[in-house]
Design a protein around this ligand. Structure first.
Ligand code: SF4
Ligand code: SF4
Length: 104
């Protein structure tokens, strides 16, 4: 039986999946928007792995003894991976716990 907590969890995961799909589509079909946003992005990646473990944990994310890494970080990450976060909506997906922010 679905409890309220489970329903909330599934709903939250669905929202995160929507964000993943949105980033994919933006990187495929709206590159000017992505480029415009990346020009306004400041900060650096903290290598926390949060954006790799949203709706579904990426199989290329490696967690071992407290260390977090991407198996293809230096060769072959998709544009969607390299572009996270594209905007504030992406930051919201990681509860704004990210090394990047945006300036106007
Ligand atoms: S959430 Fe932000 S800081 Fe963490 S891995 Fe993703 S881009 Fe880097
Ligand atoms: S490929 Fe690497 S950077 Fe992209 S989601 Fe997976 S672990 Fe993260």
């Amino acid at each position: 039986m679905l409890t309220t907590e489970k329903v909330k969890f599934v709903f939250h995961k669905a929202l995160l999946f929507r964000g993943t799909a949105r980033r994919f589509l933006l990187c495929q079909f709206y590159k000017p928007y992505v480029e415009k946003q990346l020009a306004k992005r400041r900060g650096s990646c903290l290598q926390c792995g949060k954006c790799c473990d949203l709706s579904v944990k990426c199989p290329l994310l490696k967690k071992k003894n407290g260390d977090i890494s991407c198996r293809i970080y230096h060769h072959g990450r998709t544009l969607a991976c390299r572009s996270f976060p594209i905007d504030e909506r992406d930051l919201a997906d990681v509860d704004f716990k990210c090394g990047y922010h945006f300036v106007n």
